[in-house]
Unconditional design. Structure first.
Length: 60
């Protein structure tokens, strides 16, 4: 049986990310979501789980 993960991507402003950082970290860790952090509406950084980062580095 083949399982695939559905990775959700959410946009959030940097000011909202500051206020919600503990919750965002828990969310990306638990659900393997990605959070794109924006500054003045432009994507500037992405928050991902350590597990996902490790996986990306292994395949690079």
């Amino acid at each position: 049986m083949l399982y695939t993960a559905i990775i959700m991507t959410n946009l959030i402003s940097i000011s909202d990310a500051r206020q919600q950082l503990p919750n965002l970290v828990a969310k990306v860790n638990k659900y393997l979501d990605r959070v794109i952090i924006t500054v003045k509406g432009q994507p500037k950084a992405t928050l991902i789980s350590a597990e996902e980062l490790e996986s990306l580095e292994e395949t690079a």
